[in-house]
Design a protein around this ligand. Structure first.
Ligand SMILES: [Zn+2]
Length: 299
């Protein structure tokens, strides 16, 4: 393990960006976790892959940076604690900028690779079925599918914008994927295992490691094939499905009841067949907050 960047911190030990490197030569792959401090399921997945790489002989180079936002992880926070800025909004960063800009700049330098993967979790109030987000076309779609994660989500925009790490990698001419799974501030070892198997399958696809199967794709969708349910009004959301469950049109997904007294206020019903890829974990909801996403499948 090497320290690729070091920065004095005002009142505790210095901030250090750690990188573990395995193998040599090309192709080169860089995998980043914990850009958001509290997204521990991804951090654990990258560490699981490190354990596997220690006992293998990679034909190529793999750089692992399991935890970028160490100080955020200490405090179960998404952002950098001192100024509450999001490192993922600081790219391409600057060696003479604010703390998050310096970290962003160092991270871009430390992840010079042909293929880069940024591993995230959902926010603390939602659970995400492990999935890979790729552009609508191009080589990254094939790379994403090679992971065999439960959902491949082909989409424009959002986290792929230029200020994010994935966008910055793409602007630098690198192939970049965004992986997301689990829930913030929570370790879900099953999801970590799924993500780690997906990462190993990608390394197998690239012939860096022996070929292995990923967990298995259950839905391969564009944004228009994802059905999003938001709360029509505030209340207490009670789910009636589980993450990863297959649902049919008309099936009850959950209901909103009065937080005090439990009076049933409304039902959520699936409009299309698919698999539950996002499910609200924190029941208190305001109007328009995310409750359920269904990744569409054929009936
Ligand atoms: Zn994140």
């Amino acid at each position: 393990m090497s320290v690729v960047f070091r920065m004095e911190a005002p009142y505790r030990g210095a901030y250090e960006l750690h990188r573990l490197s395995f193998g040599s030569g090309s192709p080169t792959v860089a995998i980043v976790g914990g850009l958001h401090g509290y997204e521990l399921t991804g951090q654990h997945a990258v560490n699981m892959l490190a354990t596997a790489l220690r006992v293998s002989r990679p034909k190529g180079t793999v750089h692992l940076l399991p935890l970028v936002n160490t100080f955020g992880a200490d405090e179960s926070r998404k952002r950098w604690p001192f100024d509450d800025l999001d490192i993922n909004h600081a790219f391409p960063g600057s060696p003479s900028g604010t703390a998050v800009e310096r970290i962003a700049h160092a991270l871009l330098q430390a992840t010079e690779a042909d293929i880069c993967i940024d591993v995230h979790s959902g926010a603390p109030h939602v659970r995400e079925l492990p999935h890979v987000r790729v552009p609508l076309g191009g080589e990254e779609v094939e790379l994403g599918r090679s992971m065999g994660l439960p959902v491949v989500w082909r989409r424009p925009g959002d986290r792929l914008d230029a200020t994010g790490l994935v966008g910055a990698w793409r602007q630098a001419g690198r192939k970049a994927l965004l992986v997301e799974g689990g829930r913030g501030s929570t370790l879900d070892t099953n999801h970590s295992d799924t993500i780690a198997r997906g990462l190993a399958a990608l390394l197998g696809h690239l012939r860096i490691l022996p070929s292995t199967n990923g967990p298995g794709i259950v839905a391969d969708v564009t944004h228009g094939e994802v059905e999003t349910h938001r709360a029509p009004f505030g209340g207490f959301f009670v789910p009636e499905v589980k993450l990863g469950q297959r649902v049919q049109p008309g099936q009850h997904l959950g209901h909103i009841q009065a937080p005090i007294g439990g009076e049933r206020l409304g039902d959520l019903v699936a409009g299309r067949p698919g698999v539950i890829m996002t499910l609200r974990a924190y029941p208190m909801v305001h109007a328009q907050e995310l409750l359920v996403r269904i990744a569409g499948t054929l009936a």
